[in-house]
Ligand binder design. Structure first.
Ligand SMILES: NC(=O)C1=CN([C@@H]2O[C@H](COP(=O)(O)OP(=O)(O)OC[C@H]3O[C@@H](n4cnc5c(N)ncnc54)[C@H](O)[C@@H]3O)[C@@H](O)[C@H]2O)C=CC1
Ligand SMILES: O=C(CO)COP(=O)(O)O
Length: 328
């Protein structure tokens, strides 16, 4: 199969490497210098150093070439959420594509499938998500992902592209559920990073993860998702990974904020995108519109906006009235 991966960050590169073991894969980097370096060095020194490329992977800075390459194959969109709309707009009208980004679009508050319906209504579109640090996938360590699409044949195309010994692909048709899980877990990972950075303990972290999962599920159900999706890989699975794993950029944002660093300094040190920073406000916005209570996500947003200091954000959560664990 011919596959083009658009966006040469850590995750786009890791999946391009995985697919290239069995397919003809072209990785598009928007920066010509970066594309030349990738092609010459056959390793992504900036985003995924120490992981040499398989023979089946080539890089280009020509978007036209990348679009032609997978015209009848599969596109994997590896840009951050902020670039998903423009990337979708560049695709052929009837392309088959999965995006890899996790978040709500800043400003509009839309999920990927809602942007896709606006920009490429005739294309076959889906989302690839699940607990998966790029670095571990590049190392060939066992990982499970979910390919979610309304079109079952399209989900099967993702399986053909990526399913192999160390990478297990599950399929789903709950696109909204898979996307809400991926977007909200990033915001929650900032919260557990803050709690761990303040040394609040393992009890606090378990409470944040569990109550965060309840918030994620409430929002998802209000948006038409299915409850079981939040118990699966793209809900609980990705939340546990990101909230506890130090490879997570979102968790590291929380850890650094707890040390007292200002957000611009945190982002400069990170050197990668941390989608939770950009999604926190839109999670809160969608929750407000739908009348869904999301106290942890709201506290993270207040922290990122500079309205609360890390300890104040924690106090705000602890001072809430007692209530039943389930129900309103
Ligand atoms: N790194 C990981 O372990 C995983 C990341 N993701 C998601 O994948 C998405 C991308 O993340 P990473 O690859 O880790 O980010 P990264 O920070 O490593 O790289 C981002 C890449 O996107 C490129 N980019 C930014 N704006 C662009 C535009 N307008 N057009 C083309 N390219 C553009 C940058 O040049 C850079 O190459 C995020 O939404 C992230 O949440 C999902 C699963 C795992
Ligand atoms: O989505 C991820 C793992 O599934 C990566 O999380 P971070 O963006 O926080 O590193």
């Amino acid at each position: 199969m011919r596959i083009s991966v658009l966006g040469a960050g850590a995750w786009g590169t890791a999946l391009a490497m995985a697919a290239a073991r069995r397919h003809d894969v072209l990785l598009w980097a928007r920066d010509a210098g970066q594309a030349q370096a990738l092609q010459r060095e056959r390793v992504n020194t900036r985003y995924l150093p120490d992981h040499p490329w398989p023979d089946g992977l080539q890089a280009t800075a020509s978007l036209a070439q990348a679009l032609a390459h997978a015209r009848d194959g599969l596109f994997l969109l590896g840009t951050p959420m902020a670039a998903l709309r423009t990337t979708l707009r560049a695709l052929p009208e009837r392309a088959s594509a999965f995006w890899l980004c996790k978040g709500f679009e800043a400003g509009t508050g839309l999920l990927g499938h809602e942007i896709g319906a606006q920009e490429r209504p005739q294309a076959r579109l889906g989302v690839l998500s699940g607990p998966s640090f790029a670095q571990e996938v590049a190392q060939g360590r066992p990982t499970a992902l979910v390919a979610a699409a309304a079109d079952t044949d399209l989900a099967e195309l993702a399986v053909q592209a990526l399913h192999h010994d160390q990478l297990r692909l599950y399929t789903s048709n709950d696109v909204a559920g898979v996307e809400v899980g991926g977007a909200v877990k990033n915001v929650l990972a900032i919260a557990t990073g803050v709690a761990d950075g303040l040394d609040l303990g393992l009890n606090a972290r378990a409470a944040l993860i569990t109550r965060g999962l309840a918030e994620m599920s409430r929002l998802g159900l209000a948006m038409g998702a299915r409850a079981e999706t939040f118990m699966g890989l793209t809900g609980m699975g990705d939340l546990v990974l990101t909230a506890t794993g130090d490879l997570s950029r979102n968790r590291r944002v929380g850890l650094m904020l707890a040390q007292g660093l200002a957000l611009p300094e945190v982002l400069a040190r990170l050197g990668h995108v941390a989608e939770g920073v950009y999604s926190a406000a839109t999670v809160a916005q969608r929750a407000r519109e739908l009348g869904v209570d999301m106290p942890i996500a709201s506290a993270v947003q207040a922290l990122l906006d500079g309205r609360l200091a890390p300890r104040e954000a924690v106090s705000r959560l602890m001072q809430r009235d007692a209530k039943p664990e389930w129900g309103v």
